[in-house]
Design a protein around this ligand. Structure first.
Ligand code: FES
Length: 113
């Protein structure tokens, strides 16, 4: 039977987190998440999830999620919850609350209107 690097035999994760890592040229009208340090935020979330032992959660970089003005854009599945992250503190709240306990961080929800 096939296994992955974590020795699990079933594909998939309990939660899958995407953090936008898209970069646009400087001065772009929409801006981009990369210029807001999204890759550092991504790294912090990965490290925090690992430190909490959340082996069934996958945190990874995505391309543009098309909410550039609201970024740093982050979406978590299977719930389809969208967050606007402004820094490491926000990212760690999402990991310790949503990823670890399933509690949505209301104050960080993205305004999708
Ligand atoms: S650049 Fe991040 S959502 Fe578009």
């Amino acid at each position: 039977m096939a296994t992955d690097s974590k020795e699990t035999s079933e594909p998939g994760y309990s939660r899958h987190v995407f953090v936008c890592g898209n970069e646009r040229p400087p001065g772009s009208q929409r801006g981009c998440c990369r210029e807001k340090n999204s890759l550092e935020i991504l790294r912090s979330m990965k490290n925090a999830a690992r430190a909490l032992g959340l082996a069934d959660v996958r945190v990874q970089k995505s391309g543009c999620l098309d909410y550039c003005e609201n970024g740093i854009s982050c979406v978590i599945y299977p719930e389809g919850i969208w967050y606007s992250l402004s820094g490491e503190e926000d990212a760690l709240k999402v990991v310790s609350s949503h990823l670890a306990n399933g509690q949505v961080v209301e104050e960080l929800l993205m305004d999708l209107k």
